[in-house]
Design a protein around this ligand. Sequence first.
Ligand SMILES: *[C@@H]1O[C@H](CO)[C@@H](O)[C@H](O)[C@H]1NC(C)=O
Length: 341
Amino acid sequence: MMFAQVLIVLVLFSGRECGMISNGDLINRVVNALNAVLNFISENVDDMNVDGLFGVALAEAHLLKIRELKRENDSYEFLSNQASEILKQIRWDRKNLSPNYKMCSYQKSFLIFSVYISVFLVKTFLLNVDIWKKNIEFTRGRMHTVEPPFQANTCSQYLNLMSNAYFREGFSDECLSRIINGSRRKEKNCHLDKFCFKYVMESKLMLGYGLTHKVLLLQVAKALGCKWNTTPKITKYCSHVLWEVRQDSNCGFIETLDDLFIEQILLCGSEGFLEFFQPSWIEHVLRLQSQFGCFGTLADETEMVRTKREANYIKFGCTDHATGLAAATLSLFLRILLLTK
Ligand SMILES: *[C@@H]1O[C@H](CO)[C@@H](O)[C@H](O)[C@H]1NC(C)=O
């Protein structure tokens, strides 16, 4: 009895002292959610597109890092094995990787130089867990204050702004394959053509997926060892992403932005910016999970922020994109909850 009381006091104290999220119940809920989403994916691997499976590779990388620190607990080993099994189950001959361009004259001339993403490149680079297994320094205070890029005084103005944000996903894929190809050269300059260079490096204001994909491309370049100074750009772009997430959160989370929300938290959160781990944001991701374990966030296609080619319905109203990325996001949450405890 006495011992129990002392223990409770200690728990309260340690929680208060470091001011961190230290919630055993939350950890268990994240573990259960992760288990459910990995089970779902493992039963539907053939329906998952490459983006979704990329999420599983990131999930495994985070889970392997957790295992290095929590060797005594079998739960984490179980989860990382689950992710690893999924990646082994992929039947590559069933994956369609060719970009689905809508041809316009500009793109036609651009396509002459196209380097398509092949199964080989995806397998060897993008879905290679070792590349993504990295140490992360989780800190607060590196985000810049940003000037709101556009005026949005109300939630409907904000949604309108995001809905009209223009972004061509095929173009970002094009730049992605250029980075991967560039990283295979010995000198690792990962040279980009003028268009991709402008997209990745120039500060032209973008919103939504246009912005998260800038972060993603920099992260891929960094992971593949390109000799770029990625840190200042990533910090700058993520500061803008944080502004967006805060708008969304202040609006009580706009349903049509939920898929984007998962991507935002995952990509910028992977840089260790603790600003992206508000308890209510973690709760929101948990709430988005369906009873079947998958995540469905294409609320209404007609008012979709942008036709997301890389998101497809699988079943139960879920999409491969949100489901795969959510697996990675939940693994990242678990990593943070366990490490900052
Ligand atoms: C292992 O982790 C799970 C999930 O967080 C937890 O419920 C369980 O109590 C832990 N087991 C041990 C032995 O620490």
